[in-house]
Design a protein around this ligand. Sequence first.
Ligand code: NAD
Ligand code: TDX
Length: 331
Amino acid sequence: MKNILVTGGAGFIGSNFVHYLVENTDAQVTVLDKMTYAASKESVDGLGDRVKLIVGDIADAAVVDPLVAEADAVVHYAAESHNDNSLNDPSPFVTTNIIGTFTLLEAVRKYGVRYHHISTDEVYGDLELDDPERFTESTPYNPSSPYSSTKAGSDLLVRAWVRSFGVEATISNCSNNYGPWQHIEKFIPRQITNLIDGVKPKLYGAGLNVRDWIHANDHSSAVLTILEKGAIGETYLIGADGEKNNLDTVKLILRLMGHDENDFEHVNDRAGHDLRYAIDSTKLRTELGWTPKFQNFESGMADTIQWYRDNETWWRAKKAEVEAKYASQGQ
Ligand code: NAD
Ligand code: TDX
């Protein structure tokens, strides 16, 4: 695969994958990104002539078609990605996540291009805290939020385009990512940057909701493994056995940043808040031989905290607006 088109490659996880491709392959990488509020050009700066950034919308066939025609593979990360935003205004989620995916699928069908679809564990809904089963590739879809339902809809389009039109696609559903370059609207960077600003971390509800954390670099290595070795038409779940409840995560951040671990506050809960996500990634590990490298959440978190301390100029400009929006919702 000489030419790889990465949609959403200026976002948190997409940019991590662009770096991973540059470091681990010889591919030329074209990033197609609308540069929404969630994008940052700096995240893909300095990578030389191996990486080209095209600013455009995945829902615009006139932009997508010629780029797909030139590509050997498309890896589709672009999305509206934040659950809280989807509760305030679902509209861009439907346009980008569903119409955008449809537009890409029509292009890969037309030009016979290999396609990998990035999705989330949230399509499966949530689990009870004591459920002994985790999500697997055969768990029925049961999304809760406007965000997760549009991601589920996009996954189903991919499955239908494989079966009906013979599109050469794979799908991955990954658990919650953490690491550098994550937008400060998200849980972990919001709390780190709050503490840098002398503000208490904000926990939705009681904080007993469980998320299954994986470092973004491990997500990237899994996606490249699937792109190179995955079986067409298959879905692979990506996870690193990183279940933690939000209360424990906030306490860890407080401790690593030198504060009393009870120095946080409870705020309004999220509507329809999923209780627990947990991934069983046995298929990816046994069939494709993938293993995560970032097994130590505490040291991954310490490095992430250091990154936000070192890169205040990157996030500072966004902080006041993000916090004003949360404050207006009692969060
Ligand atoms: P992000 O919000 O940080 O980045 C999304 C990127 O997509 C941004 O650069 C944005 O400008 C771009 N984009 C949005 N609409 C676009 C459009 N219409 N056309 C072109 N580009 C557009 O998101 P993220 O957290 O990096 O998530 C990336 C992907 O991974 C998403 O598909 C998301 O569903 C999936 N995912 C995320 C997580 C997570 O924990 N963040 C976990 C599993 C799966
Ligand atoms: O201030 C907060 N306090 C809090 O308790 C915020 C912003 C969140 N939370 C809770 C809500 C969730 O239980 O923390 C947990 C994580 O929240 P988010 O970072 O918003 O992530 P989540 O809703 O779990 O979704 C993420 O993982 C799956 C990504 O945003 C999605 O794109 C991905 O599909």
